[in-house]
Design a protein around this ligand. Structure first.
Ligand code: SF4
Ligand code: MG
Length: 296
């Protein structure tokens, strides 16, 4: 016989939420996102991940560009930098080069990150800068009221494409796997517990972690990346998926019709700070370069 469901009392739930400490990572500014926006799950997930990993607020930095997603630093009780359109990763890299001890989370949307900011992603990934990079993908420009973005579906009808979009969407997971990101995963705002686990995993990884977050824009997309559609399309990665196998990760990333959630790829290799420290130590000791010389 199944146990009857126990009632959940609001007072008890509030006590539990207030008691675990993650609210100390949320600022007193309440998010201005539309009710139901997937970004609420991400804000809660980041606060819970910081709390789980015991990251002191004073050692955490959140950097963003421009867009709905980029309002994120205002809502968190950490250091933050709301920068220029598409310039999240250069700023985040600069902060990490100045102080590698900081926990750096860079955030943005699909438009900000893969259109104007797209040229910066491969370089931060191949350098393996120790940044957690969270891209909230809703396949649309939300802040400017619903135009196509680099991840919008082909044939999308929006104010900027009234006779359908001709463009093929980018595949960010394949891009990041090819660029050399050392941690690549995917999560969904509609599965907040898994999302929190993935954010915590991405932050705990030392190196460039890329988490692609499927996150519906409930105001401007009523037909494509909706909760109703994603709830039936998402799946878990196969139980035997080997995250050290980049080809297997790429193969999974091609299956965009049924997006897989979980850790696609993981590699342990020196970060940019490790490489710079090694070069500086050898230069100070007068040890000649060990690499290949461009001229003889
Ligand atoms: Fe979220 Fe869309 Fe509203 Fe922006 S416009 S806050 S992406 S629901
Ligand atoms: Mg967007």
């Amino acid at each position: 016989m199944t146990e009857p469901l126990k009632p959940v009392y609001l007072e008890d739930k509030l006590k539990e939420v207030r008691g675990d400490g993650h609210l100390s990572y949320r600022s007193s500014s309440l998010p201005t996102w539309c009710p139901g926006c997937g970004y609420f799950s991400v804000a809660e997930g980041v606060a819970m991940a910081f709390n789980r990993l015991k990251v002191p607020s004073k050692d955490a930095v959140i950097v963003s560009g421009i867009g709905c997603a980029s309002r994120f630093p205002f809502f968190m009780e950490t250091y933050g930098f709301h920068t220029l359109h598409g310039r999240t990763l250069p700023v985040a890299t600069g902060v990490k080069v100045a102080n590698d001890k900081l926990t750096m989370v860079a955030v943005g949307g699909d438009g900000d990150d893969f259109a104007i900011g797209g040229g910066h992603i491969p370089h931060a990934a191949r350098r393996n800068v120790d940044i957690t990079y969270l891209v909230f993908d809703n396949g649309i420009y939300g802040l400017t009221k619903g135009q196509t973005s680099p991840t919008s579906v082909e044939g999308f009808v929006t104010p900027s494409t009234p006779y359908e979009s001709h463009d093929r969407p980018l595949n960010p997971l394949m891009m990041l796997l090819s660029y050399g990101a050392s941690w690549v995963g995917q999560a969904y705002a509609g599965q907040p517990h898994h999302l929190t686990d993935m954010i915590a995993g991405a932050i705990a990884h030392r190196g460039f972690s890329y988490l692609h977050i499927l996150s519906p824009c409930v105001t401007f997309d009523k037909t494509e990346m909706t909760y109703a559609n994603l709830n039936v399309r998402v799946r878990d990665l196969p139980a035997d998926h080997d995250p050290t196998d980049r080809m297997a990760a790429l193969e999974q990333a091609t299956r965009t019709g049924t997006p897989a959630l979980g850790l696609f790829y993981l590699e342990d290799r020196p970060t940019l700070a490790d490489g710079m420290a090694d070069i500086a130590a050898r230069a100070m000791a007068g040890i000649p370069a060990k690499g290949k010389k461009a001229r003889g």
